[in-house]
Design a protein around this ligand. Structure first.
Ligand SMILES: NC(=O)c1ccc[n+]([C@@H]2O[C@H](COP(=O)([O-])OP(=O)(O)OC[C@H]3O[C@@H](n4cnc5c(N)ncnc54)[C@H](OP(=O)(O)O)[C@@H]3O)[C@@H](O)[C@H]2O)c1
Length: 298
């Protein structure tokens, strides 16, 4: 059994990662508390203090964010408040209360012009308002709190909620042909796998006395593919379950203009996470099969 010296606060409501973290924390029998709207509103960071005071965690996991990448271009100030000011406030609370903060960040802090996987110390250069806000959040966390773990991930999906997988399944019911970008590369990361890895990192941080585990790390599935490759794999799984699937047509980013620019190469080097924590996520294709299996059971 855990005790309050190991209490974890998971910040985030019905988001895909927050849900997966809470399910995993429950399954592992951890001492955890979830903090979400309406109790806290990250656009009003002052709501964090009373909620965190009442929860009294030793570790805060920040899994809530403004994730509307395109909408952030038009509403950068709001995205900045949620993705930068709010985690900065969490860091202040943790500093005042001798707690640690595990803050989830993104591959979008990089410009995607690299050709080999990004290590955590590669200079960031966001190309979108969302990326700028998330980078500003990282900076505030680093400035205000030594006991921080910033973990960047990418291409997160789940079997429900709003994400690439559920969008593909919706389109499968509506269209004969689905056009998908084939020149952006990343590692699709199943929210449940990510949640397991993050909680394992968090538990090690709680157990380590010397602070040697703090810093910036990367955690995604192993392997890489394109959105096109990911769509094909999704439809493979869907067809295996007896559904009629659309034809997937590969297109370029230029053929799919969006308000926000996306990094072309979003592959994160997770070696440091493996070396320091002994944690590596499984290959993305296996994660997708397990995600479908979990959907089947639900
Ligand atoms: N999705 C990706 O592909 C991806 C890639 C890289 C990094 N990340 C990072 O991973 C983390 C989790 O993302 P996700 O995919 O789980 O996102 P998501 O499914 O869009 O969920 C966003 C979460 O943020 C919460 N939230 C948004 N605005 C809030 C506010 N004003 N006050 C309180 N809570 C608020 C939502 O709460 P409600 O339930 O109340 O709406 C929800 O729980 C984020 O830090 C994100 O930047 C995601």
């Amino acid at each position: 059994m855990t005790n309050s010296a190991e209490r974890i606060a998971i910040i985030g409501g019905a988001g895909q990662l927050a849900r997966a973290l809470k399910a995993r924390a429950q399954a592992e029998g951890l001492d955890w508390v979830g903090l979400a709207r309406p109790e806290i509103d990250l656009e009003r960071p002052e709501t964090l203090w009373p909620a965190l005071d009442a929860a009294g965690p030793r570790l805060v996991i920040s899994a809530a964010a403004w994730t509307g990448v395109d909408q952030a271009e038009a509403e950068e100030a709001r995205a900045h408040a949620i993705n930068a000011i709010a985690p900065g406030e969490m860091a202040r609370w943790c500093a005042a209360n001798e707690a640690a903060l595990l803050h989830v960040s993104t591959d979008y802090v990089f410009d995607g012009e690299a050709t080999i996987p990004y290590p955590p110390d590669h200079p960031p250069h966001p190309v979108s308002a969302y990326g700028r806000g998330k980078l500003a959040g990282e900076t505030l966390v680093r400035e205000r709190l030594g006991r921080h773990l910033i973990v960047r991930t990418g291409w997160v999906y789940d079997g429900e909620g709003h994400n690439f997988l559920t969008t593909m399944l919706r389109l499968a019911a509506e269209r004969d042909v689905v056009r998908v970008v084939a020149d952006q590369t990343g590692a699709p990361t199943y929210a449940a796998d990510l949640a397991s890895g993050l909680l394992a990192m968090g538990r090690q941080v709680l157990a380590a006395a010397d602070g040697s585990l703090f810093g910036t790390f990367h955690l995604t599935s192993a392997g890489v593919t394109s959105w096109f490759g990911f769509a094909e794999a999704i439809f493979e799984e869907w067809a295996a379950r007896g559904h009629v699937c659309p034809c997937v047509e590969a297109i370029s980013t230029d053929e799919w203009p969006t308000p926000a620019r996306r990094p072309k190469f979003s592959v994160l080097d997770c070696t440091a996470t493996q070396d320091r924590f002994g944690i590596a996520l499984p290959h993305w294709r296996g994660g997708l099969s397990r995600c479908f299996a979990a959907r089947d059971e639900a």
